[in-house]
Write a protein that binds this ligand. Structure first.
Ligand code: NAI
Length: 319
């Protein structure tokens, strides 16, 4: 099988001055892409700025014979980041939304600043860069976008309510961008990484930290951004050389009405709870149409007067 290359492609990686973003930038450049190394160069909590982080990565890429340019804008000014790609390379093909900060506090102690800054960098930043690149992708009928979520968003994590909320917002953003981009060959996927970086140095256990090299995740991101990859609208979790697709699932559930005239009482909900929360026959819905379609067919069943068994445990209209 031939090597996968990115010659002629322009790749923008946000937050590429360190950690995962740096690993992505180095890999893309080593495979022929021209890379915009965006990094504000600030502190872990979103404080300060410096050109050094981006400059060092650009220097490393150039030393290895690759092509790259530094960009020091905050992702909140996403149009400026994309403009750097256009000004220097005349196009943009791939956008990796990776920049991130943490302002961890237990929920009761989160200030408006902690909330707003985290949302600005993660969620608004991903919106701004993607919105600037999207019309270009549409015009050229090609684009690959990566959004970065976190297990903290998917499952929650003590002290990270602001970050969890922003990361789950990114999942919703990605799902809709994937739908709107599909007809123009614009793919959008979410990476859910676990890697050693300054964001995780005091969070991950030391023995785990040493094994979680960002370089082990970069190839997963690079494949998702290759022209041969057809994946879109997905969430891929990755770390330590492992990768797997993540999906939102729901229980088969229970229709708590026997006829269209029936209401639903709190007691009925209580008595149905085992069924409502039984995940043994869970399903993944491929789209909003599929999810609401299942609801509608239950309703149609009730409307047409078809009745299930007279038993309260009827499974006939379950969805
Ligand atoms: P990192 O701190 O090593 O890298 C993040 C980079 O983003 C830094 O170089 C920082 O200067 C830059 N940055 C921060 N705010 C910026 C802004 N406004 N504009 C441009 N650049 C900015 O962290 P790491 O771990 O490499 O994180 C990368 C992404 O992966 C983040 O979105 C993070 O939330 C996410 N993530 C990381 C996990 C991990 O295990 N390392 C776990 C889950 C998610």
């Amino acid at each position: 099988m031939s090597d996968l290359r990115y010659d002629g492609r322009v790749v923008v990686v946000t937050g590429a001055g360190a950690g995962l973003g740096k690993a992505y930038a180095l890999l893309f450049a080593s495979k022929g892409a021209k890379v915009v190394v965006n990094d504000l160069g600030g502190g872990r909590h979103g404080d300060g700025s410096s050109s050094k982080a981006a400059d060092d990565v650009v220097e490393e890429i150039k030393k290895n014979g690759g092509t790259a340019v530094a960009d020091y804008n905050s992702v909140v000014d996403g149009d400026k980041v994309i403009k750097t790609a256009l000004d220097n390379f005349g196009r943009v093909d791939v956008l990796i939304n990776n920049a991130g900060i943490l302002r961890d506090k237990s929920f009761a102690r989160i200030s408006d600043v902690d909330w707003d800054l985290v949302h600005a960098v993660h969620l608004k930043g991903s919106f701004k860069t993607t919105q600037a690149a999207f019309p270009i992708f549409k015009k050229q009928n090609y684009g690959r976008i990566i959004m970065t979520a976190s297990n903290s968003g998917l499952y929650g994590n003590f002290g990270q309510a602001n970050y969890s909320a922003a990361k789950m917002g990114i999942v919703g953003l990605s799902s809709t961008v994937a739908i709107e981009g599909r007809k123009n060959n614009i793919h959008c996927n979410v990476i859910v990484p676990t890697a050693a970086s300054r964001l995780t140095e005091d969070i991950l256990p030391p023995e785990l930290y040493a094994e979680l090299k960002p370089e082990l995740i970069a190839p997963v991101v690079a494949w998702l951004c290759h022209e041969n990859c057809t994946e879109t609208g997905s969430m891929i979790e990755s770390g330590a050389g492992w990768a797997g697709k993540c999906q939102i699932v729901r229980a088969d559930g229970k229709l708590m009405r026997q006829t269209i005239a029936d209401g639903v009482s709190v007691e009925k909900v209580r008595d149905s709870w085992d069924k409502i929360t039984d995940m043994n026959s869970m399903q993944h819905m491929g789209s909003i149409q599929e999810a609401t379609g299942a609801l509608m067919s239950s309703l149609e069943g009730l409307r047409s007067g078809a009745k299930g068994s007279s038993s309260d445990d009827s499974d006939v209209y379950e969805y």
